[in-house]
Unconditional design. Sequence first.
Length: 436
Amino acid sequence: MNKFKIAIVGAGPAGYFAAQALQNLQTDERKFAIDMFEKLPTPWGLVRSGVAPDHPKIKSVSKVFEKIATTEDFRLFANVELGKDISLSELKKHYDAVVLAIGASKGKKLGIPGENLVGSFSAAEFVPWYNGHPDYAGVQIPLDCETAVVIGAGNVAMDVARMLSLNPIELDPTDTALPALKALHNSQIRQVHLCARRGPEHVAFTSPELRELPKLEHTTVLISPEEIAQAIQRIESLPEVEKEVKNNLDAMRNIANETKPTQDRSLEFHFLLTPKEILGTDRVEEIVFTVNEVHGDTVVQTDQIYTIKCGLVISGIGYETNEFEDVQFEKGRVKNENGHVDDNLYVVGWAKRGPSGVIGTNKSDSTEVMKFLVDGLQAPKESDDFLNLLISTDVNYLTQFDWEKINQSEVSTGEALGKPRVKIVNREEFLNFKNA
Ligand code: NAP
C-alpha cells in the first residue's frame, strides 16, 4: 500500500473540498495523509470571515469541514503562514504534492483619485472587520456620517450594503464580531446607495439575495421602476437572455413596485454610474460618477456627471490573490493549467480560477484538480514527518484539537447570549487554547 503525503495550504472551502476529494479517491492500494496549513488561528476561510452573519444557513457547510478534519490521517496546523513560518520549497520537498487553496483576499482597487482618503474602504477590509477576522479587528470604519456609498453590483457589494443599511438589532442574534456590532449600533448611517456601473440587466447579484431584501424589517429598499422597465425593454430586443438575468430583473421589479411604509433607513440602487473621483479634504465628503448609457450590447460613458454627498465609500468590485515569491501570478490569480502550477504544486479555489462562484462551486472544482493530482503521483517520497520540522521552529501552531476547544468556547459563550457563537477576535487569545 502506498501512502502519499499531501499538504494543503489554506483551510477555506476549496482546501477542505480538496481534502475531501483526496479522502474519496483512496483505495486499498493508495492512501493519503493530509496536512492542512492555515495562516489564521482558525479554519473555515470565507465561511468564517466572508459569509455575512445574517446568512447563518450558508455557514452550516462547516459541519462538512469538521467531518473531513476528523477523518483519519488529516491534521490541521493553524496559525502557520506560508512564506513566513514555512516556505513553499520546504513543503514541495517534504510532501508528494502541495495544494494551494489560498483564496483571493486582496480587494481590487477602483484606481480613481481620492480612493485613499479616510472613509474609503474595500469590502476586503469591511467584510473581515464585521466578521471578526483578527487582522481586521482594529480597522476604524467611520460610521459617524448619514450617507454611505457602496460600489459594485455583485453579492459582496450587496452584503456590504445590507450590513450598513439594516437595523443592527437584526444582527443581535448573529455571530457578527462584537466590536463591529457595537460600532454598527452606534452608526449614524441612514442612507446607503449601491451604485452599479452597468444596467440592471448586467448585475452580478444572484436572485435569491435580491429576493430577501424586502424582508429587511427596518429598511426601505428603493429601486427605480423606470430603470427596471427600460432594462426589460432592452433585453426584449436581444436574441438570447440568460435565465438568471430574467430572474434578477423579476426580483428587482418586485422590489421597485413594492409599497412599504417608509423607514428611516434606506438602501437605494443606482445603475449606469461609473465612479470617477472621491472628493474630500481630510476624509470622504462626496463621490462623483460619470453617467453611462446602454447602446445595444455596450455601456458607454456620457459627459454627464452624478454626485452623492457621503462620508463613507466601500467598493466591492472583486478580489485578487495576494502574491508571494516562488509562484507566478496572472490576472490576480496563481498562473496554472487546469489547477497544475509546476512540479508537484497545484492550486484550487479562487486562487486558481479567480473570485467567482459560491461555496459549493469549489467542490466540483477541487475534485477535478485532485483527480488530476492523483493521476500525476508515482511512488511516495521518503521524507521526515513535517511535524518534526514545525516543532523544531518556534512556530506557535494550533491543531484540530486546539481548534475544537476554541470552537466549543465560542459556541458556549454565544449560547448564553442567544447567538450561534461569540468570535474571538484577538490573535493572542487563540493561543491560550494551545494544548490547554
Ligand atoms: P462579482 O460577482 O464578480 O461582482 C463584482 C462587481 O463589481 C460587478 O458588478 C462588476 O461590474 C463590479 N466592478 C468591477 N470593477 C468595477 C469598477 N472598476 N467600478 C465599478 N464596478 C466594478 O464579485 P463579488 O461581488 O466580489 O463576489 C465574488 C463571488 O462570491 C461571486 O461569485 C459571488 O456570487 C460570490 N458571493 C456569494 C454570496 C452568496 O451566495 N450570498 C455572497 C458573497 C459573494 P461589471 O459586471 O460591470 O464588471
